[in-house]
Design a protein around this ligand. Sequence first.
Ligand code: PLP
Length: 383
Amino acid sequence: MHFETIAIRTQTERSQHHEHATPIFATSSFVFDDAEHMRALFANEQDGNIYSRFTNPSVREFEQKMAILEGGEDAIATSTGMAAIFATFASLLQQGDHILMSRAVFGSTFKINSDYLAKWGITYDYIDPLDMHSWEQSVKKETKLLYLETPSNPGLDIIDLEKTSAFCKQYGILLVVDNCFATPYLQQPLRFGADIVIHSATKYIDGQGRVMGGAIVASHTIIEQIYPFMKNAGPSLSPFNAWVLSKSLETLAVRMDRHCSNAIQIAQWLESRPEVNFVKYPFLSSNQGYNIAIKQMKAGGGMISFELKGGLSAGQTLIDNRKMISLSANLGDCRTIITHPASSTHSKLTPEERLAAGISDGLIRLSVGLEHVDDIIADLQLS
Ligand SMILES: *Cc1c(COP(=O)(O)O)cnc(C)c1O
């Protein structure tokens, strides 16, 4: 079956009430038939729900959908995207390990390295996402995983997943891809050889700015290594949020199609304007990563970043002149959102770290929504 059909038709079994849509299993715990049933569940001799920090049917439905849609064997849902990243590192790494991380990653992901992994004796090196030939010199015998985003937030750098996975296999390193910007509808990193896919479901998977959530998709073997951390440390997804996210997946394909068609039109319009210094959008043929993007993505996604010739002050004027577009730190909403990464999402980085991540002071990030494209363009007063 096709992506659209799977996203709609994967659901938990119906109860005796014959409900059409899956209900929300808003329960913190589950009951046992008798002492033997309880013993068997705790001893893992029998499948079943015990407590919602471990498993919950609403959460399991979302996990199963994510696993199938990403082409993975299994998935774990988490309370946020950051919880998915942290759970992966906390479960798979130990003191003395080393990781390679693309310089172009989400602001809080940097903080996990510097503020937590470092104090637990896990070392890291940042690599230039656009210069694969330089990566080799950072590989150590302790290197356990390579972590990247493609397209990256907010610079929209594109990394070749097939080549990166070949590089990782050569050195026996796990490849972890944050697929938040693309969603499984536009790009499935496991099919190009990645080992683990991470999502902030808060973004396009919810798609309407309502709930937070995250997901980790990988093989059974890797998921089995991460699951005990989830169970015992508890960054679990709430049943309500899981239910919202499962419902959202039903419309992911149609929403992404519109995000993409609006975004390419806006990217081309921006590129044609004399006030604009540069536009970054994966499917603009002028972009660095265009040839890779068309190979590994179905379409360019809904995110654009650009810089005006007037730099920071022109960007601030653009932000302050808007009438409809939301000024917010979120992305992937049906409402168009504009933001200034250097003073918001990536403000905790040093100026050098920001520049290395491709975030100039004048860079504007636009999360193109589902409004009519003409109304979005009309609200972008460039001068
Ligand atoms: C937002 C985001 C995250 C973090 O997700 P939360 O749900 O906010 O915790 C991670 N990676 C990328 C690329 C993001 O955009």
